[in-house]
Design a binder for this molecule. Structure first.
Ligand code: PGA
Length: 263
């Protein structure tokens, strides 16, 4: 299968509509100067997707850059109702979203999202045809206690509970060790590969080899232009979920160039 590297930028609670617009204008200018990048995007070898705060999604929708996809950082599983502060999957689709991040560790650890909630969200996204970027990953204590792979297994299999194998092909998984997020401490290439290979193996068990080999497995946690090439060179790592380094055009472009170098 032809390799496609997905470079997903999770902006978290950064950039309102004005800043989002100036980022898009700057990114557009930068892409115009980088023919090798635009060719790789046109030939689907590289895919760019950014995840701004909800309030800045209309800016992406209006800008409608043909080379940049966008998505939500979270969504509720219900279509509508009395859920103050929540946003539904049909609402994201109405604003042209291609993806939604689900189960990010900040949602799990700061906002108390459970495996069961993540599973309901995943099922709802798949039912509506919106590709989920499902985040899994262990804490430092869990890793030091030798439990990293069992945590990944629990998070992934519980999210997939009740999911039809044919729909599972739309899922993107991001392996993000909690201790590597926003800390400047990245998993080693070998540890990241081991975890991403383990994720793919779980898909083989659950959905069969065909679906498993097409699933996109990303690594996330302090990805930067300095460490991206080593990570993206690993056979089971098909891209990155990038937090801090996706907030500046320069470092995002830097990571895209590293991705080009491993294609
Ligand atoms: P980071 O965030 O790249 O800033 O570590 C990654 C993420 O939380 O998705």
């Amino acid at each position: 299968m032809e390799r496609r590297i997905l470079l997903a930028g999770n902006w978290k609670m950064h950039k309102g509509p004005k800043e989002a617009l100036s980022f898009l204008e700057d990114l557009d200018k930068a892409l115009e100067l980088e023919k090798t990048i635009t060719e790789a995007i046109a030939s689907k070898k590289i895919e760019l997707a950014l995840f701004p705060p909800f309030i800045s999604i209309p800016t992406f929708c209006d800008f409608n850059h043909k080379m940049i996809k966008w998505g939500g950082q979270n969504a509720h599983w219900e279509e509508k109702g009395a859920f103050t502060g929540e946003v539904s999957i049909p609402m994201l689709l109405e604003l042209g979203c291609s993806y939604v991040i689900l189960g990010h560790s900040e949602r799990r650890h700061i906002f108390g999202e459970t495996d069961e909630m993540v599973s309901k969200k995943l099922t709802a996204a798949l039912d509506h045809g919106l590709s989920p970027v499902l985040c899994v990953g262990e804490t430092l204590d869990e890793r030091n206690g030798g439990k990293a792979l069992s945590v990944i297994r629990r998070q992934l299999l519980s999210a997939l509970e009740g999911v039809d194998s044919t729909k599972a092909a739309q899922i993107v998984v991001a392996y993000e060790p909690v201790w590597a997020i926003g800390t400047g401490r990245t998993a080693s290439d070998a540890d990241a590969q081991e975890a991403c290979n383990f994720v793919r193996g779980l898909f083989v068990e659950r959905c069969g080899q065909n679906i498993a080999s097409g699933i996109h497995v990303l690594y996330g946690g302090s990805v930067s232009p300095k460490n991206a090439a080593g990570l993206l060179r690993q056979p089971d790592i098909d891209g990155a979920l990038i937090g801090g380094a996706s907030l500046s055009v320069e470092s995002y472009i830097g990571i895209i160039k590293e991705a080009l170098s491993v294609l």
